[in-house]
Design a binder for this molecule. Structure first.
Ligand SMILES: Cc1ncc(C[n+]2csc(CCOP(=O)(O)OP(=O)(O)O)c2C)c(N)n1
Ligand SMILES: [Mg+2]
Length: 687
């Protein structure tokens, strides 16, 4: 039998469908319908457009493919397999092993499989971002597109086009119902991100049924209103039409593109077009029927017909490796002309910083009046950003409050008419801001974004993904407590600290003074595989006199003895973070006057403290000293871990209130008198 190119297209699409059906069937879990409807679209994109080298899936100028409909992961696993994508290890060495083998596909959704239920970044090479929480992939793709524009502006030269990658996100009805996707689309339209293409798998079905139940707006009109280029493909199976739409994206120079593709969920199966095709495996009988309909051998599971691998190798494989090789030689020439810039690009890929970056960090002299940690953080950030050109970011419309604006000459604003700016105006869109920062981090920039701590709740799903992906996004939050004062309980965080601390892998810092801020940034800037949240005060905090107290470098241990009991034998330990550290020091003085020896432990980062060896932790918190008081203007949840069941916590048990700060401190018991009283009770109860 001879096969023509057209046959191979169809054969490839149906091979993908077969692999997806079989993987889901074998797992008896997952979503077969979505990949089956979408297969021709994803195939066309990969085979004819994507500039992606399967042999080097981390090549910096590759096009990015995001499967925002993460529940269709079987589709991505099949593509990674057929394209022969190779694994990459954590140290960025390309290894020989295929990222997804047929055996991996057979273990779809099983423990430790390379093919988990949803695409997971850092787990399976070729996955550009973790998706599954609908809308996240789309919003993250905006960050990638922004990164592409910024990289082009900074590094391209007339004779060297180092960065011009495109970013594609496959999005579904569910993604486009989610607020975060809308926030991000609004910004992408404003920013005229012409390198961004969302392909909307419009199958009009979600879990509960037809979208007539819930989602009847005109999506195309909505995106036109956002300032997007919108084009439609009437039938997902029409590869020519898909190709034309993708060409129209590539030709568009001014706007992001939305391609609305009308597709059939569960294409070719008995449940085509129904919600049943969404959620469950088809069942062995329906799988056979579907394979018959598609002209595939119905008894062959995980079947890849002759010629299909080779066809992918001649398509995406050949195009990708040519593009990648051309880029490599351009880069070598570039290195000759612009060694400094080339060095930056290479360090960035390894998440390293320029030599000597720590020398940029300031120190702050002792000052009883002090300054807000948001202010000291702003100063440190500005110093660091001058030493690290790819440290950049923005705010969800609160930079004047969070003090994250870069103000040095040349810092500039990132806008459509100047892509080199390092200040990003993300608008009042916390959720998208965090997801966009993630997209920038995945593109190897060192991004931060900022907002009020209270609104970290709005961004939580994206913060969570930064932790799950182990990427060094920096989430900066000011207005950290009832210290906000008159704005009242809607703006006063209570449970946010505890909830951020509950997130695995996220480092949460609440520094006590300007020098703890410096040390916090020293740790945070050096992170390569973990996100951080900085929790900063609005009100001034005294800059502690380190000649009389322990050095702020203790921040690196997460917690440290800031001031010991005068005798060196503490009767009671006072633990505090942020603004409450100064309060603990005041209480220590009062206690000393009454003959009680108090040790003050500053605990800016629980997660780092918990990682210290037991010996260190026992030195800081000697098990024999059971009289302990934790002080924090936040929910008390979690402090029992350090104060023990015999200890006490001065914290928040209710929401705050709207009043000047002094009144609030009295009302909620954050005074030296109250702390002293609780400490005395502790000493009495534990002797
Ligand atoms: C934020 C979020 N909410 C809910 C879900 C659960 N969920 C998974 S798929 C799905 C329906 C998605 O519909 P659509 O995007 O149209 O995908 P299709 O059914 O067409 O595959 C839902 C609600 C999710 N993954 N993420
Ligand atoms: Mg749908």
């Amino acid at each position: 039998m001879t096969t023509t190119a057209i046959d191979l297209d169809t054969l490839s699409v149906n091979t993908i469908r077969g692999l997806c059906m079989d993987a889901v069937q074998r797992a008896e879990s997952g979503h077969p319908g979505t990949p089956m409807g979408l297969a021709p679209v994803a195939y066309t994109l990969w085979q004819r457009f994507l500039r992606f080298d399967p042999a080097d899936p981390i090549w910096p100028n590759r096009d990015r493919f995001v499967l925002s409909e993460g529940h269709a992961s079987a589709l991505l696993w099949s593509l990674l397999h057929l394209a022969g994508v190779r694994t990459v290890d954590a140290e960025y060495e390309v290894l020989g092993r295929p990222s997804v083998t047929i055996e991996d596909l057979k273990t779809f959704r099983q423990l430790d499989s390379r093919c988990p239920g949803h695409p997971e970044y850092r787990w399976t090479s070729g996955v550009e971002t973790t998706t599954g929480p609908l809308g996240q992939g789309d919003a993250t793709s905006v960050g990638m597109a922004i990164a592409g524009q910024w990289l082009a502006a900074r590094y391209n030269r007339d004779d060297f086009r180092l960065f011009d990658f495109d970013v594609y996100s496959i999005t579904g009805d569910g993604d486009l119902m989610e607020g975060v996707a809308s926030e991000a689309a609004s910004l992408a339209g404003h920013q005229r991100l012409a390198n961004l293409c969302w392909i909307y798998d419009s199958n009009r079905v979600t879990i509960e049924g037809h979208t007539d139940l819930t989602f009847t707006e005109d999506v195309a009109e909505r995106f036109l209103a956002y300032g997007w280029n919108v084009t439609t493909v009437a039938d997902a199976n029409d590869l020519g039409a898909v190709e034309r739409a993708l060409h129209s994206f590539r030709a568009e120079q001014e706007r992001p593109t939305l391609i609305v593709v009308h597709s059939h969920i569960g294409y070719g199966s008995p449940v085509e077009g129904t919600a049943q095709a969404h959620g469950e495996p088809l069942g062995p009988q329906a799988v056979r029927e579907t394979k018959r309909f598609l002209g595939m051998p119905e008894d062959a599971d995980f079947y890849v017909p002759d010629g299909v691998y080779d066809w992918f190798a001649r398509g995406i494989g050949a195009r990708g490796s040519a593009a990648r090789d051309a880029w490599r030689s351009t880069f070598e020439a570039y290195r000759g002309r612009y060694p400094q810039l080339a060095d930056e690009i290479e360090r960035m890929q390894r998440r390293e910083l320029p030599d000597g970056w720590q020398e940029a960090l300031p120190t702050f002299p002792a000052d009883a009046k002090g300054l807000a940690t948001r202010d000291s953080s702003g100063q440190v950030l500005n110093a660091l950003a001058q030493a690290v050109p790819w440290l950049l970011g923005g705010s969800a419309d609160l930079a004047p409050s969070t003090k994250t604006r870069l103000v040095f000459p040349g810092a500039g604003d990132f806008q459509a008419d100047d892509r080199s700016g390092r200040n990003f105006h993300l608008g009042v869109r916390e959720h998208a801001s965090a997801a966009i920062a993630n997209g920038m981090a995945l593109s190897k920039l060192r991004p931060y974004w900022s907002g009020f701590l209270i609104f970290s709740d709005y961004a939580r799903a994206a913060i969570r993904l930064s932790a799950l992906m182990e990427i060094p996004t920096v989430h900066i939050f000011s207005h950290d407590s009832i210290g906000v004062g008159e704005d009242g309980p809607t703006h006063q965080p209570v449970e946010q600290l505890a909830s951020l601390r509950a997130m695995p892998g996220l480092l949460v810092f609440r520094p006590a003074d300007a020098n703890e801020v410096v040390e916090t940034w020293r740790v945070v800037a050096g992170l390569r595989r973990a996100p951080a949240a900085l929790v900063l005060s609005r009100q001034p905090l005294p800059t502690l006199d380190r000649s009389r107290l322990a050095a702020a470098s203790g921040v690196a241990m997460g917690g440290y003895v800031l001031a010991d009991a005068p005798s060196g034998e503490p009767d009671v330990i006072l633990l505090a973070t942020g603004s409450e550290v100064a309060l603990a020091l005041a209480a220590r003085d009062e206690l000393a006057a009454g003959g009680i020896g108090a040790r003050v432990v500053s605990m800016p980062c629980w997660e780092l403290f918990d990682r210290q060896p037991r010996r260190y932790r026992d030195e800081v918190l000697p098990p024999s000293v059971r009289a302990r008081v934790a002080i924090e203007q936040a929910s008390t949840l979690g402090w029992e871990r350090y104060v023990g069941d015999a200890g006490a916590v001065v914290g928040m048990h209710t929401f705050g209130a709207s009043a000047p700060l002094k009144q609030l401190l009295r009302k909620f018991g954050f005074t030296p008198e109250r702390v002293t009283e609780v400490a005395r009770e502790q000493v009495a109860a534990n002797t």
